[in-house]
Design a protein around this ligand. Structure first.
Ligand SMILES: C[S@@+](CC[C@H](N)C(=O)[O-])C[C@H]1O[C@@H](n2cnc3c(N)ncnc32)[C@H](O)[C@@H]1O
Length: 269
């Protein structure tokens, strides 16, 4: 994939969405993101550093090299960690399919929301295994848009989510990849694999989840493919408007929203 094929794009709105997503989900996804033994961590597809600013300070015993294919995102990431006084991270422009590192260089690899955008996820994992030391660990976190369900149910809302799934698939990605993490890691030759679903649930008793996840993470992500979906003839403007209104309806005081992320751990034998 070139950075131009990336479904969510690199706008300031998307950068803000990634930050809202990471902050809202930090407890759920990262309470156990602690890398042992101490050593060198390769973060792959770090983007603007939304996960880096959570995981790096949580692991002061480790140094991080955080890579992304998009140099502009790394400039923002660099600013982000400097502002927060984080000192154990170096950023580098690099493609996961052309890693500029020697074999067995890293103690841990950390991947968050990257595989869903790659045409060859198993090949990327196999290449990451090469740069891991024997006995080194990999942590992979991905979502799965097939896991979204909400109240009130709405076929119009479901159609907008399907547009995101279809646009991403047409760019070679797979937004239903969370459920596949176990077989993908097996295929890449990792051992000691364990996968845990991390369920987000939002209703009016958790206003920070309704705002941070339902509105600012999930609906914002779907809204991001509006032009692409309409231009590709996947949906009409009217259907889109009705579907998005129904998604927002699930963030009302009597609505609910549920979604599963998957976090997988594996070891290089
Ligand atoms: C959804 S963003 C996730 C960013 C960050 N991990 C987060 O959770 O906020 C996916 C990132 O993967 C990067 N990416 C896509 N293909 C890549 C590749 N082949 N090698 C390295 N990074 C890649 C994109 O540029 C983008 O920054």
């Amino acid at each position: 994939m070139s950075s131009g094929d990336y479904v969510h794009g690199y706008s300031a709105t998307e950068s803000q969405r990634l930050s809202d997503q990471a902050n809202t989900l930090s407890g759920l996804l990262h309470y156990d993101s602690v890398f042992h033994p101490a050593g060198l961590v390769l973060e792959v597809g770090c983007g603007t550093g939304a996960q880096t600013v959570i995981v790096a300070p949580q692991n002061p015993q480790c140094d991080f090299i955080s890579i992304d294919i998009a140099g502009d995102s790394l400039i923002k990431a660099e600013k982000n960690i400097k502002n927060k006084g984080i000192r154990n991270v170096k950023f580098q422009v690099a493609d996961v399919f052309n890693l500029p590192f020697n074999e067995e260089s890293f103690d841990h690899v950390f991947v968050c929301f990257l595989l869903e955008h790659l045409q060859e996820p198993v090949r990327s994992l196999t290449l990451l295994k090469k740069v891991l030391k024997k006995g080194g660990t990999i942590t992979v976190i991905e979502g799965d848009h097939g896991s979204a369900y909400y109240y009130p149910r709405s076929s119009a809302a479901q159609a907008t989510i399907q547009c995101l799934i279809d646009v991403q698939a047409s760019l070679g990605g797979n937004s239903l990849i969370g459920r596949e993490l176990y077989p993908l890691l097996v295929a890449a030759g990792f051992g000691k694999i364990s996968v845990s679903p991390r369920i987000v649930y939002a209703d009016a008793s958790k206003p920070e989840m309704v705002d941070g996840f339902t509105r600012k993470t999930f609906i914002a992500m779907v809204e991001g493919v509006k032009e692409q979906a309409i231009n590709r003839g996947l949906i009409t403007e009217g259907e889109w408007g009705r579907g998005i209104a129904d998604l927002y309806r699930s963030a009302d005081s009597d609505g609910t929203f549920c979604y599963a992320f998957f976090k997988a751990l594996g070891k290089k034998p």
